[in-house]
Design a protein around this ligand. Sequence first.
Ligand SMILES: Cc1ncc(COP(=O)(O)O)c(C=O)c1O
Length: 387
Amino acid sequence: MDRKPKSKEEIFEELEQYQEKDMKYSDGRILGSMCTEAEPIAKEVFYKFINSNLGDPGLFPGTKAIEDKAIKMIGSLVSIDDPYGHIVTGGTEANLMAMRAARNYARRYKNITEPEMIVPKSAHFSFKKAADMFGMKLVEADMDGYLIDVNSLENKINKNTAVIVAIAGTTELGLIDNVEEIAEIAKKHDIYLHVDAAFGGFVIPFLKEEGYDFPKFDFSLDAVCSMTIDPHKMGLSVIPSGCILFRDKKYLDVMAVKAPYLTKKEQSTIVGTRSGASSAATLAVMESLGREGYRKLALDVMDKTMMLKEGLEDIGYDLVVEPQLNIVAFYHKDIDTDYLADLLEQRGWRVSTSFYPKAIRVIVMKHISRDNIRDLLVDLKAISYNI
Ligand SMILES: Cc1ncc(COP(=O)(O)O)c(C=O)c1O
């Protein structure tokens, strides 16, 4: 640190120089991101609540009421009237909280001392972090195509199984596990079921309203104990905004530790000091868009998804799978996928690749326009001609 303070102008000039190196969502070139430009109202409100600390809610009872309202509103999307939970930093923290709750519950009420979690191979890597942090064994169920193989899942259950995880909107392909069947199994064996709808949670309910034929995936299934659903992905809120919902307060209680110096004497969250601004921004964006706004968004991204899918098929690319949500994974039979990703990068696109199977993965977020898709298809066609 310099000894002398810098002027505001100098500081802004320096920071803006750094910022210029960043990609912008508005360029329409970021194809592999599950986050997007936050709604203007979310940004404005975020700044207004920048000093609120929900780690000490007795000092900020108004902001705490905002968090509670946001939780209830998100719950209303996924069939639960009175959920318990928190607005957290993202899907990772939400999944961590769910795994910690399940482990502690199993330890306290089922005497499980060597807890295991069963996840599909398609699960997000945050579950690996959870297993490592909470001393749990990570057991991967096999896949049936690109969804969890329900028989393999059931075969992996043993006396140490503390939690089963199902995914509603997989990270790589946007697919929805057969949560109904998984819930039957969880119920039969009396095991905690967590649904990771970090990506799908703000899309599936609205597409279902429009008649999309998706399986039940939410708290309408009584075996579902908790759910991750991220406002900073398809919820159009600011980064960092995740959400963890629990069916029952007992899952928060098993994580509670004494917080002697704070206004509330117990704390169940992983972090201590935590942003109230994320809760305020998330509530603001949900109130500003309403169900109507999210429904329009979901239909719009799905329409663009179909445009991309059909365009790819027309120019000789293969899809890994028919898209269920707004993620398209594709490859070219004659081009190595990593090489294809490099060629796209050289043309200014930022893509990501899926691991299983290897493919280019485009998440058709709000910031990708129809013109961007047309330009992408032109580049992909040129690439395939030059091979
Ligand atoms: C299904 C799923 N769960 C969890 C996460 C982790 O979310 P975050 O990056 O917000 O921590 C992701 C991120 O892509 C995801 O796709």
